[in-house]
Design a protein around this ligand. Structure first.
Ligand code: MG
Length: 247
């Protein structure tokens, strides 16, 4: 269901958003070579609970953890485990928190230790594609315009945009309508309107855009094994521009 939020509901989402912003920062500060992804998950769980919130992902569709930890060719939905972070990897952390019945959702790509120039530029382009996308947003802009903006930027850099996974509306539910693709055709798609809240989350690959799912039925990886980057924020559409709730 697609929902338009009241100003009060947006205020609640702002509070959930601040928790997600902070948990990503805390996890990022702890993400170093030698640390397990399970340790990062525990840090995230403890922080979100300390804030009086609930980790949105924990138990969602049976997901076993509070955050997703995806490394290098893993695009999204990696499950925290005893795997140790290694020097030079790209770590994508996706986190959500629910406070007073409202969710916020965001993701970052962290560079672990000394990372190759190729990976660093990929992560940078992913983040930049998000900001390019939101720069055109305001009341009345179509989803196709947003997707096209992100896609054009990413493909212009020689990277590819994942199609199987997209952003989403967010509010009382972690995933609400509409779907928010990171690709699209100008002038097509739903018109965004004031006080809609959406999670915009480009997932971009160094090589092929094609993906596959690992045997754990969660982890989505690139088909060619080349690295991927992810960057996400929950935003509210304003009359002019957007407000980012998770930054
Ligand atoms: Mg999301």
């Amino acid at each position: 269901m697609l929902t338009i939020k009241t100003d009060y509901e947006i205020e609640l989402m702002r509070k959930a958003g601040a928790i997600v912003r902070d948990v990503l920062e805390i996890v990022g500060n702890n993400a170093k070579p030698g640390v397990t992804t399970r340790k990062l998950d525990a840090i995230a769980y403890d922080y979100i609970k300390k804030c009086g919130a609930h980790p949105s992902f924990l138990g969602y569709g049976g997901f076993p953890s509070s955050i997703c930890t995806s490394i290098d060719e893993e695009i999204v939905h990696g499950i925290p485990s005893g795997r140790v972070l290694e020097e030079g990897c790209l770590l994508k952390i996706d986190a959500g928190a629910c406070l007073n019945g409202f969710h916020a959702d965001a993701a970052r790509t962290f560079l672990i230790g000394n990372v190759s120039e190729e990976k660093r530029l990929l992560a940078k382009a992913c983040e930049e594609s998000f900001f390019r996308g939101i720069s055109i947003l305001k009341d009345g802009i179509r989803l196709g315009d947003l997707g096209n903006c992100i896609q054009t930027f990413v493909e212009g850099k020689g990277y590819s945009v994942v199609r199987e996974l997209v952003g989403h509306g967010i509010g009382r539910e972690l995933h609400e309508d509409p779907s928010v693709p990171n690709y699209g055709i100008m002038g097509r798609g739903l018109r965004l309107s004031k006080n809609m809240t959406i999670a915009i989350e480009p997932m971009i690959n160094y090589g092929t855009r094609k993906v596959q799912i690992l045997e754990d039925n969660w982890t989505v990886v690139t088909q060619d094994g080349k690295p991927s980057a992810h960057y996400e924020n929950t935003v509210v559409i304003k009359e002019e521009g957007v407000e980012i709730l998770t930054l």
